[in-house]
Design a protein around this ligand. Structure first.
Ligand code: ADP
Length: 188
């Protein structure tokens, strides 16, 4: 069983690559962004708590995010591998994830970071806005999300690098070539 984290700034292509990885490897996909969007769309108690925060482009507090993630893990006791997308975004989340995996006698085996420049990310999100109108893609909110990535989330990378679990893949180019580079990490 392989557990993988896909990592990168907003608009790096995590969602696109995740879909392809699920098809090929049968991972259970856990995207905290999708989960939060589901809760806000369905106006659950959790959705009500996080709506404003998400719409501002800020990170949801660790305590809320980590407990939602734990719940999701517990729903899938027989998963043949997890793909985490948009989680962890802080070192506290990374530590919690390791703890949860260890409790199930498992581990995060690989972290694949999609390397994409800020300029590329901005141009992709500008295009995405034309077809998928996400409230947090408006300019000031997008700026906040990019700031959150470069101020907080980026610090997760040395956490995994120091433990030799990190591989950086060039995230600019043809979708299938990027996918092949990720598969090469998993299959090696
Ligand atoms: P992006 O396109 O910026 O990668 P996501 O779809 O992954 O965004 O997440 C959307 C929003 O959900 C984030 O801006 C944040 O408010 C919240 N969120 C998602 N995952 C996390 C997380 N691991 N920790 C804190 N907040 C999160």
């Amino acid at each position: 069983m392989i557990n993988l984290v896909i990592f990168g700034p907003p608009g790096a292509g995590k969602g696109t690559q995740s879909e392809k990885l699920i098809q090929k490897y049968g991972f259970v996909h856990i995207s905290t962004g999708d989960l939060f969007r589901w809760h806000t769309k369905n106006d659950t108690a959790l959705g009500k708590r996080v709506k404003e925060i998400m719409n501002s482009g800020a990170l949801v507090p660790d305590e809320i995010t980590i407990s939602m993630l734990k719940e999701e893990l517990d729903k899938n006791p027989n998963a043949n591998g997890f793909l985490f997308d948009g989680f962890p975004r802080t070192v506290a989340q990374a530590e919690a994830l390791d703890r949860f995996m260890k409790e199930n006698n498992s581990a995060i085996h690989f972290v694949v970071a999609l390397d994409v420049t800020e300029q590329e990310v901005r141009s992709r999100i500008a295009k995405r806005k034309l077809v998928d109108n996400r409230a947090d893609d408006e300019e000031d909110k997008l700026n906040k999300r990019i700031d959150e990535y470069f101020n907080k989330t980026i610090h997760v990378l040395p956490y995994y690098k120091n433990q030799n679990r990190l591989t950086t893949v060039n995230g600019i180019g043809v979708i299938d070539e990027i996918f092949n580079s990720i598969c090469a990490v998993i299959d090696k």
